[in-house]
Design a protein around this ligand. Structure first.
Ligand SMILES: [Zn+2]
Length: 129
């Protein structure tokens, strides 16, 4: 049927089989691996590039962790032909992460504006009394 439709479920399926590893001294890091710190416990983690943009569980604390997509990561650089669908999937995940970051910065800006507004309202209230 419509098994070629790329939805959240297939992204989850893709996450399976992508092994998260701990970055220890004797750990074997490949060029294609993504190395990052767990935002919850700070554990240094290593994951295959195929995990980029996926949510995985930290091997240390078990929290959900969003695997970062390395800047300038080009699938063409890799010794593989991941196909157009995977490229699109990466682009989609990257855009999603960017959108999340924008939302965060807009939220922070909104808080600032609300604080400023609060101060201005106080000033106006004092001026009227
Ligand atoms: Zn962790």
């Amino acid at each position: 049927m419509a098994e070629d439709i790329l939805d959240e479920e297939s992204a989850q399926d893709a996450a399976e089989g992508v092994e998260i590893r701990e970055n220890t001294d004797d750990a074997e890091i490949r060029d294609t691996d993504i190395v990052f710190d767990c935002p919850h416990c700070g554990k240094n983690l290593v994951i295959d590039y195929r995990g980029a943009g996926l949510q995985i569980n930290c091997s240390e604390c078990g929290e959900r962790v969003l695997v970062p997509i390395p800047d300038g990561m080009e699938l063409a650089d890799l010794d593989l032909d991941p196909g157009e669908i995977l490229k699109q999937l990466f682009a989609t995940r990257r855009n999603y992460q960017k959108a999340e970051l924008q939302i965060e910065s807009l939220k922070a800006r909104l808080v600032q504006l609300q604080e400023t507004l609060g101060v201005m309202q106080e000033v106006v209230a004092e001026g009227l009394s």
